[in-house]
Design a protein around this ligand. Structure first.
Ligand SMILES: [Zn+2]
Length: 493
C-alpha cells in the first residue's frame, strides 16, 4: 500500500511524534515480556523520530515502545529525494545506537531506496516491432519493459549499500530491513502479458510467451533478481543474520488468495485460475528464496471485494475464511528457521471512494479479528506488521497489541511447539476451527477454537478433538476464541 502510505508520511523536515503518542496511549506495557518473541512492527510510525534532535526525548520514546514490545523503524531516504541527510551522519545512526543500548531491534524501512526501477525514461519502456517504445498504463502508473531495467540496478543497489556501509562504519548493528515495494518493476498482472506479447525484447527473453505460467515464471524470476541484487544481497553481505523482506513476498502453495488494490481479476481464459464461489484464486510463482529474503511477509488484509466472494450468511465468516486461508498457506510453507511477520489490517481495506453498495459490506468484527490473530500465532507466524491509515491507528493498534501481548505469556510453547491442525475448514457451513501448537516435552498444547455454528451457540465448555495430534486426544475447551494451555497426556520422558 505504498501510495496510501505516502499520504500519511510527514512532509520531510516536519517531524511529528503524534502517531507515536497515539500508539503509547492505546497500548500498555507488557507485564512479563519475553525477549524470545519478535517485537510488533507499526508502519505508520516509521520515521517519526528520525529528525528529532533532542536525544533524551528520542531515548524516552524508544524506551516506552520497548516496554510495550513495539519496534521502531527509521526511514532510509536517499540523497536527491528531498533534503536527505548524509546517511553517514544522519540521526538514524544515533537512533540505531540507542536501540542497541536499550536491547531493541535496529530496524530500517528501505522502501524509498527501491523506487523506481521504472522511472518512465525511454530505455525502461517496451519496444514494438516498428521500434517504437511504449509503456504499460494498466497499473495506475506507467510501468515498462521487465527487460529494460537492468541499467537501473547499480544506482538503486548503491542507495541501499550506502546506508548499510554507514551502519558498519559506525559499528552499529542492523537487525531488520523491510520494504513495501509493490507497483514497480516486472509484474505479470493487468495488461502486462499483452504488453509483453507486443514487445520484441520481451518475446526474445521469453520464448514460451503463449504459456501464462512460463510468462509468470520469467517475470517473477526477473522481479526476484532485482530484489536480491538491490536489497537482500547488499544487506546480508554485511549483516548476514539480518531479517530482510518485502510486503507480500512469502513461501506459499502455488496460489494467491487475495488481490492488491492495483490488481485486476484476470479475464483471460488462458490464465489457469481456481474458482470458489465468486473468488478467483491466481497461480503464483515461487519467489521468496529467489529474492534471498530471510523473513516472510504475507499480507492478511480485509480487502473490500473479499466480502462479496463468499455467500455465507454470517458476515464474519466470509472475512475469517479468506484470511485464515491466506495465513495458513503462508505459515504452513514457511520453514521453522524463517520468521514470519504478516502485514495485517482490520478496517475494511481500500474501499472504493464512491460505492453505492458500500453499506452491503459489513466490517469484520473486533472479536473475530482478535480470534483470527490468535490462530495466526499458532499457525506459523511470529509477530505482526501493522499497516493502516493515520486515522485508523488508535483502533488498529489497540486491537492488535492486546493479542500480541498475549503471545508473550505463551512464549515458550509458541517458540518451541509444533503447529498441528493447519487445515482450513469451510467456515461458512458452521465449522469449528481448531488451531494449536503441541509441546511434546511436557505434553501440553496451546489451542484456540473458533466456533461458527450458530446452533451450538453457548454450549461451551465443550469437548474438542485435536485432529493432527497422535491418538487424536480430546480436551475440554472452556471458552471459544481464547488461548487455552491444556495437558494432553503423560509427559514424554
Ligand atoms: Zn518488453
Amino acid at each position: 500500500m505504498v501510495w496510501l502510505m505516502a499520504a500519511f508520511l510527514p512532509a520531510w523536515g516536519a517531524h511529528s511524534v503524534e502517531r507515536i503518542d497515539t500508539v503509547l496511549r492505546a497500548t500498555r506495557q507488557i507485564e512479563v515480556p519475553s525477549e524470545s518473541r519478535l517485537p510488533l512492527y507499526i508502519l505508520p510510525i516509521s520515521g517519526q523520530l528520525d529528525g528529532v534532535a533532542d536525544g533524551p526525548t528520542v531515548r524516552d520514546y524508544l524506551e516506552k515502545l520497548r516496554q510495550r514490545g513495539i519496534a521502531y523503524s527509521v526511514n532510509w531516504r536517499w540523497k536527491g529525494q528531498g533534503s536527505s541527510p548524509d546517511p553517514g551522519t544522519g540521526s538514524i545512526l544515533k537512533i540505531a545506537r540507542l536501540q542497541h543500548e536499550l536491547g531493541m531491534q535496529v530496524v530500517a524501512n528501505a522502501s524509498s531506496c527501491l523506487y523506481s526501477f521504472h522511472d518512465g525514461s525511454e530505455p525502461t519502456l517496451h519496444v514494438d516491432a516498428d521500434g517504437r517504445t511504449f509503456g504499460d498504463d494498466s497499473f495506475g502508473r506507467t510501468l515498462g519493459c521487465p527487460f529494460g531495467v537492468d541499467h537501473r540496478i547499480p544506482g538503486i543497489r548503491n542507495r541501499v549499500q550506502s546506508f548499510v556501509s554507514a551502519y558498519r562504519e559506525s559499528e552499529v548493528p542492523l537487525d531488520f530491513v523491510f520494504v513495501d515495494w509493490e507497483v514497480d518493476g516486472p509484474i505479470e498482472w493487468n495488461g502486462a502479458w499483452e504488453s509483453s506479447r507486443r514487445c520484441i525484447r520481451c518475446r526474445e527473453a521469453i520464448p514460451e510467451m503463449d504459456s501464462f505460467i512460463s510468462f509468470q515464471q520469467a517475470i517473477r524470476e526477473k522481479r526476484s533478481a532485482l530484489q536480491k541484487q538491490c536489497l537482500s544481497d547488499p544487506v546480508l553481505a554485511v549483516f548476514p543474520e539480518a531479517m530482510v523482506g518485502n510486503y507480500g513476498v512469502n513461501p506459499h502453495d502455488g496460489y494467491r488468495y487475495w488481490y492488491d488494490y492495483f490488481e485486476l481479476v484476470p479475464e483471460n481464459p488462458a490464465i489457469p485460475v481456481v474458482r470458489e464461489q465468486k473468488a478467483v484464486y491466481r497461480p503464483w510463482a515461487d519467489e521468496f528464496d529467489a529474492c534471498g529474503y530471510t523473513v516472510s511477509m504475507p499480507v492478511i488484509y480485509t480487502w473490500y471485494p473479499v466480502f462479496e466472494w463468499y455467500d455465507y450468511d454470517d458476515p464474519d465468516s466470509r472475512w475469517f475464511y479468506n484470511l485464515l486461508r491466506i495465513g495458513s498457506n503462508a505459515g504452513a510453507h514457511t520453514s521453522p528457521g524463517i520468521p514470519s511477520v504478516p502485514y495485517v489490517h482490520w478496517h475494511t481495506t481500500a474501499p472504493p471512494e464512491h460505492d453505492p453498495d458500500a453499506s452491503l459490506v459489513t466490517q469484520f468484527s473486533r472479536e473475530r479479528y482478535a480470534e483470527l490473530l490468535r490462530h495466526l500465532l499458532v499457525r506459523g507466524h511470529d509477530s505482526f506488521f501493522l499497516w493502516c491509515l493515520g486515522r485508523e491507528l488508535e483502533t488498529e493498534i489497540s486491537l492488535l497489541h492486546k493479542v500480541y501481548a498475549e503471545s508473550h505469556q505463551h512464549a515458550g510453547i509458541l517458540n518451541s511447539g509444533q503447529p498441528f491442525s493447519l487445515t482450513v475448514p469451510v467456515i461458512g457451513s458452521g465449522a469449528m476451527v481448531v488451531s494449536g501448537v503441541h509441546d511434546e516435552a511436557d505434553s501440553t498444547v496451546l489451542i484456540i477454537v473458533s466456533d461458527f455454528d450458530q446452533d451450538r451457540g453457548n454450549s461451551f465448555p465443550m469437548e474438542v478433538e485435536l485432529k493432527g495430534l497422535p491418538g487424536t486426544p480430546s480436551v475440554i475447551v472452556e471458552t471459544p476464541g481464547r488461548f487455552h494451555r491444556i495437558s494432553v497426556g503423560e509427559p514424554v520422558r
